[in-house]
Every structure is written in structure tokens, then in C-alpha cells.
Design a protein. Structure first.
Length: 330
């Protein structure tokens, strides 16, 4: 049952859906099942929570194979999140160590994977690396490593019932939310190599941080009931409510306004692209790649918003059913 009425999440981006969703989803399920590491019941849960739909919305321009691999990767990521939630801190550290031990800034595994989650990651990474450039591989691997290490920090916070201060939490959430990996997966899904000069520029960092904040605030508002029931402390609503010493409703209202401000910050930064392109002397082809990359960021934001409102993982089905009952009674 929802503890508050969900605010309206308005994004100034057009949502799209990949036409290959059905076939890519079926292929992904066959591949995951053939690995012998995932059971039919786990795949059924993934189907119920609509992972195929999420990836089809986040990567609407990807080819069949790229979308299939994306579905495999994010299914693993969600499964890992659920798996870590059930572990004690020692077991969680061992699982993360086995995965991050394969990531040292290059594409070569440094230690043998140990455990189902680590072995499955190794198999999925082989598929990603086969079609990604060395630079894209390195950027993605480091972002994945940072996300997993920050996930461990969140587990420690939760086990110690520690609520971080807001500024520390913003930095932590930008890593633990996994959106950096989602954005960087564009390099594989759409075969986009972000120009190095633009990637290092403060404008790109401002765009990336603003988009990351929008996604994490959306996620934390919509997943609040599920996470609060599980004793989570690493949630924007919980953090803001704690430090405001106010109600859940006041925290949600504050975050809704903050989210709108971060959207405006993203749009303002985006208007500066022509000027920055001139400063960096980016050739037209590289300008196109940068714009395509940002299009992918916006697709990811719209896709995450739409999916989060509907998936049973965050109570979306219950909300839709309640709204339907209200319409009938009216």
C-alpha cells in the first residue's frame, strides 16, 4: 500500500520503444537459461517485473543483438541487487570482491570468478567486450566497479541503520544507482564512441550529474515503499525526511522540486553545447556522436520513468489497478 500519492514525473523528452523487444527478450531468456546459472523461476520474476520493456525503452535504437545483451546485463544487475540485499556484509563483500577482482582498468580478468553472480558477470562481459572498443570497455568496467563498491557502502549503512547526510548521499547515489553504467552502455548498444575531449569537459560532467540525479530521485520516490519496508536507509526520501525532521510527504515534495531543478540544469547545460563544440574544435562527426550520446541519456531517463511507474517491483501494478477501480467507481 502506498504511503503517499505519487507526484507527476514530467520529462521534456520523447519516449520511444525498441521494435526488437520481443525477439531480443526471447533470445536473452534462452541465453540466460542455457547458462545453467539462472532458473526458470528467476526468469519468470524478471518477466513479471518487465526488464525487457525497461531495456527496450532505454535503448530504443539498439539492434537485436545489442538489445539482447543489454537485457542479459541488466537482468544480472537486478538479480545481483536482490542477491546482495539478502547477504550479510561478509558474504556481500566476497561476492563483490569476486566481481570487481576481474576489473582493474583493463579487459582482462585478474582473478577467477567465484559464485553464481560472478560467473554470470564474466560470461556477460565476454559478450559486451566482443563488440565494444577498448576505450568503451575500460570506461564501462570502471563505472561498474564503482557502482558495486558503493553498493557495499549502502549495505553497511543499512546494516548499521546509518542514514548519511544529504551531500554525502548525493555523491554515493550517483555511483550506487548504476546510472553511469546505463549511460555508458550507449557505447555498446548504439555503437557510440563519446569524443574524449567532450567527455573530459565540465559541461559533460554537469549534464551527466544532472541526468543521474533526476533518475535516482525518480527511482527513490517510486521505490520508497518497497525499500522502507525492507529497512533501507539509502533512499532519497528517507535521507531528506531524516534531515528535514518532517513528514514523508514533505520529503517527497522537496525532492519533486529538486528533481525539476535538476531537469532545468540539464536543459540549461545542453544549450551550451554549440559553444563548447566550438571551443573544443570538435569535427562535425564528433559533434554528432556527442549529441547521439545525450539522446541515449534522455532515452534512459524516459525509459526508467515509464518502467518504474508500471513495474510490480515498485508497486506499479497495484497503482494501475487502484486507478482503474477509481475510474470504474466514478
Amino acid at each position: 500500500m502506498l504511503t503517499f500519492e505519487r507526484p507527476e514525473f514530467v520529462l521534456p523528452f520523447h519516449a520511444h520503444t525498441n521494435p526488437h523487444q520481443a525477439i531480443a527478450g526471447a533470445n536473452a531468456r534462452r541465453w540466460l537459461l542455457s547458462s545453467g546459472l539462472i532458473g526458470a523461476d528467476q526468469l519468470a520474476q524478471a518477466g513479471n517485473e518487465r526488464y525487457d520493456e525497461l531495456l527496450a525503452k532505454m535503448y530504443p535504437h539498439a539492434g537485436v543483438l545489442e538489445l539482447e545483451v543489454a537485457i542479459c546485463w541488466l537482468t544480472w544487475y537486478f538479480m545481483l541487487d536482490d542477491f546482495l540485499d539478502k547477504q550479510d556484509i561478509h558474504s556481500a563483500r566476497e561476492t563483490v570482491r569476486s566481481i570487481t577482482g576481474q576489473i582493474h582498468g583493463d579487459t582482462q580478468a585478474r582473478i577467477e570468478p567465484d559464485g553464481m553472480m560472478a560467473i554470470l558477470w564474466s560470461a556477460i562481459w565476454i559478450r559486451i567486450a566482443a563488440a565494444a572498443s577498448p576505450r568503451s570497455q575500460q570506461r564501462f568496467l570502471l563505472a561498474q566497479r564503482d557502482a558495486l563498491l558503493s553498493n557495499l557502502q549502502e549495505i553497511e549503512n543499512r546494516m548499521e541503520r546509518r542514514i548519511p547526510d544529504l551531500f554525502s548521499f548525493v555523491a554515493l547515489r550517483r555511483l550506487s544507482g548504476g546510472m553511469r553504467t546505463v549511460f555508458l552502455f550507449n557505447g555498446y548498444a548504439d555503437h557510440i564512441e563519446l569524443p574524449a575531449a567532450f567527455e573530459r569537459h565540465p559541461l559533460h560532467m554537469a549534464l551527466s550529474d544532472a541526468a543521474n540525479d533526476v533518475a535516482c530521485i525518480t527511482n527513490d520516490i517510486l521505490s520508497f515503499d518497497k525499500e522502507a519496508a525492507n529497512g533501507e536507509t539509502n533512499n532519497y526520501v528517507i535521507v531528506v525526511q531524516h534531515h528535514m525532521r518532517g513528514s514523508i510527504r514533505q520529503a517527497v515534495d522537496f525532492l519533486h522540486h529538486l528533481q525539476a531543478a535538476r531537469i532545468e540544469a540539464y536543459l540549461h547545460a545542453k544549450k551550451q553545447l554549440p559553444q563548447v563544440f566550438r571551443q573544443l574544435h570538435l569535427p562535425p562527426a564528433q559533434q554528432v556522436r556527442a549529441i547521439q550520446y545525450l539522446r541515449g541519456v534522455e532515452d534512459a531517463l524516459s525509459g526508467l520513468r515509464d518502467w518504474s511507474l508500471q513495474t510490480p517491483r515498485y508497486g506499479g501494478t497495484a497503482v494501475a489497478h487502484r486507478n482503474q477501480e477509481q475510474a470504474i467507481s466514478d
